[in-house]
Ligand binder design. Structure first.
Ligand code: 5AD
Ligand code: SF4
Length: 447
């Protein structure tokens, strides 16, 4: 039997998919009667949701697990579990390295969190759950869980079939499986019912969403159109798209589907065709730049953000220059940039020649310096514009609120009444490097 007031704490590393999975686990535990704890120190159950996409997040997760293992030495009754992508990759090794771990569970088995925790409480056995062929779980509804939140993520598919040569994701999240559209729509209706106004549809490659039955076929554009019709949904976003699968029908959704925000995250990874080929990305720089052009023709106000890495095996200085040229030509609103790191078991890990760390660091800093100025320039161009901002909550600056433009730019502004969850018109008065400062505009006819 569960003692009363059992408390849990979840630490989440990694991408939005991990945030979504942690929300799922939280709802399962709340539905079991557990309560949230403000810190690991006071929790009866601590879960670390891990990422292994690059060396850095992997190191961070390992360090935290080490620290929590020491905490458990002082409090042996505490249950310690590791979930997520590093759990899947290094499951058995983690169990060996950290004898105090009670369970290790991969991303495709989180539906078993309730049984796992109950079993450990009963038997104190150590459990390893690393199967990859499980379908995504049905939504776990915890009444009121999303109340007070303006935005939410909803997963539409799991896994990835692309096997880009650098990427660990297909090995740790398994093959692509789309969720049934009726389940996705039910989950979105539920979060809207609880007050959410903006939903981001999640998948490793949302463009290949597909649900086929004898009578019916849903592709991603159809899903976007149907979700876009749901009453009460002010804004819709999706991430991540793969350039090789970005169809014209999806591009036209940016015009046809009213709540779909004019922002797309479209990772290009490298600007040299030689490197793109080694990466097994399935497109060329010309194709990518063609997509950027098409998107801007269809929706001139669209913001485009991307991911790029430097120092892929065999990337020469000339290849890096091609990456820089692509960045200059595309004019990204924002860019996430990384140094390539070997991921064990991937094709690229056995490719050569490796680029020295100092060279990678130098390329990264040239790239980041350029993009910093580009982002700032785009922000400065917005000064004087009146934009629609969905108010998400109090800002870090006292007395201020924060929200985002449809193009996903963060705006801080003063607001004196409770407009959280509403779209307000804000005039941009100052540009910062990472955000904008605004002043709410009184609309004529109101007040
Ligand atoms: N090394 C460096 N960056 C990587 N990414 C994925 N795998 C690696 C790797 N092995 C980056 C890609 C991806 C983002 C989530 O992380 O840019 O889009
Ligand atoms: Fe997300 Fe990939 Fe990291 Fe897993 S490995 S948490 S899917 S970014």
């Amino acid at each position: 039997m569960l003692k009363t007031n059992m408390k849990f704490f979840i630490h989440t590393f990694g991408c939005q998919m991990n945030v979504y999975d942690s929300d799922y686990i939280t709802q399962c535990l709340l539905n079991m009667g557990w309560q949230r704890s403000g810190s690991a120190e006071e929790a009866d159950l601590v879960v670390v949701n891990t990422c292994t996409v690059r060396a850095k997040p992997e190191q961070k997760a390992s360090t935290l697990i080490g620290r929590l293992s020491k905490l458990k030495k002082k409090r042996p009754e505490m249950i310690l579990g590791v979930v997520g992508c590093l759990a899947q990759e290094k499951g058995e090794a983690l169990m060996e390295r950290f004898p105090s771990l009670d369970f290790v569970m991969g991303p495709r088995q989180i539906a078993e969190i309730k049984e796992t925790v109950s079993k450990i409480l009963e038997t104190r056995d150590r459990l390893l759950a690393l199967q990859l062929d499980h379908a995504p779980p049905e939504p776990e509804h915890c009444p009121g869980y999303f109340e007070g939140r303006v935005t939410a993520f909803v997963s539409i598919m799991q896994g990835c079939n692309n096997f880009c040569s650098y990427c660990i994701v297909p090995y740790v999240r398994g093959r692509e499986v789309s969720r049934p559209p009726h389940e996705i729509i039910k989950e979105i209706k539920e979060v809207i019912h609880q007050g959410v106004k903006e939903v981001t549809l999640l998948g490793q490659n949302v463009n290949s969403y597909l649900w086929v039955t004898d009578k019916d076929k849903w592709d991603f554009p159809r899903l976007i159109q149907e979700v876009g019709r749901l009453e009460g949904l002010l804004r819709l976003r999706f991430t991540t798209s793969h350039p090789k699968d970005l169809s014209d029908s999806l591009i036209s959704c940016f015009v046809q589907v009213e709540p779909l925000c004019p922002h797309i995250h479209l990772p290009f990874q490298a600007g040299s065709n030689k490197v793109l080929k080694l990466m097994k990305r399935g497109y060329t720089r010309e194709h990518y730049l063609g997509l950027v052009k098409k998107l801007r023709q269809v929706r001139p106000d669209i913001a485009i953000t991307s991911d790029v890495m430097v120092g892929f095996p065999g990337e020469g200085r000339d290849d890096f220059q091609k990456t820089m040229d692509l960045i200059r030509e595309a004019g990204f609103d924002g860019l996430f940039s990384f140094k390539y790191s070997d991921r064990e078991g991937t094709l690229a890990a056995s490719m050569g020649p490796k680029v020295p760390e100092e060279e990678k660091a130098e390329r990264l800093s040239i790239l980041q310096e350029y993009q910093k100025e580009m982002t700032f320039k785009k922000h400065k161009e917005m000064v004087g514009d009146v934009v629609s901002v969905l108010v998400e909550g109090p800002s870090k600056r006292p007395g201020q609120f924060m929200g985002r433009t449809p193009t996903n730019k963060i705006v801080n502004f003063p607001l004196d009444n409770g407009m959280i969850g509403h779209e307000v018109k804000v005039k941009i008065v100052r540009a910062n490097r990472n955000s904008l400062v605004g002043q709410p505009v009184k609309e004529r006819g109101l007040n």
